[in-house]
Ligand binder design. Structure first.
Ligand code: ADE
Length: 228
């Protein structure tokens, strides 16, 4: 898979890909991540990228032309399965979206800033608009990092333990059950005895029951046929 990220602040996106699982995925050749500095497509001596909005109103709007030039340049090299715009008014990002995106070959993610981007970019170029939550960030970069992380960890071979992405919270519309490691008794707090019983059927049943209870308490809307 290849992810191209178009941004005003490429340096903000360098560290998420320079450590841990994402770094390993890149060095194993399972994913390529390319950052593109939109400033290079800015207009005039000052490489201008934004302008006042027609009709008046506070805040600058990112101009269509530099974004079109940047994305069209990238499209000359390859066809993108999705051209994603990170925006607080996009579809809320969730695990099914991450699963869908992890199966694609070429993704392009555009990070917005200021008051947003000229609507014509959204109308003509963008195929998917994603929000990572109902709050406003200073720009789309942190959202792009979140989306990329959620996608990349699903690519086969990225996680050491192949089964562990499948047992994540949300993968079966249930939150994950509690987990424990050694020691079995920590300052008088005992691990639930079933986990040390060696009875794997009982352990599976306990985990399922705990996942169900946690989902009911914390995300009842995930449960099918829920009244929520
Ligand atoms: N840009 C600004 N706020 C955002 C959000 N909540 N999600 C995605 N991109 C954003």
């Amino acid at each position: 898979m290849r992810i191209d990220i178009v941004t005003l602040l490429p340096q903000l996106l360098e560290s998420p890909f320079a450590d841990s699982i994402l770094k390993r995925a890149i060095s194993k050749g399972l994913v390529e991540v390319h950052l593109h500095d939109l400033r290079q497509y800015g207009q005039g001596k000052h490489r201008k990228l934004d302008d006042y909005q027609f009709g008046g109103g506070a805040g600058l709007v990112m101009m269509a032309e530099p974004i079109f030039e940047c994305i069209e340049n990238l499209q000359k090299e390859r066809q993108y399965d999705e051209i994603i715009y990170m925006t607080p008014d996009g579809d809320l990002f969730d695990q099914p979206t991450a699963n869908h995106l992890s199966l694609q070959k070429n993704l392009l993610i555009l990070c917005g800033h200021y008051k947003g981007i000229d609507q014509r970019v959204r109308d003509v170029l963008i195929t998917k608009e994603i929000s990572i939550g109902n709050y406003v960030l200073s720009g789309g970069e942190l959202g792009a990092a979140v989306v990329s992380d959620a996608i990349i960890r699903l690519i086969p071979g990225v996680l050491n333990d192949e089964s562990s992405a499948l047992t994540d919270s949300f993968q079966d519309d249930l939150l994950a059950p509690p987990v424990y490691t050694r020691p079995a008794n920590f300052r008088g707090h005992q691990v639930p005895p079933v986990l040390t019983s060696g009875n794997f059927k009982a352990i599976d049943d306990w985990r399922y029951e705990q996942a169900l209870q946690r989902t009911q308490a914390r995300r009842p809307s995930l449960l099918k046929n829920s009244d929520d």
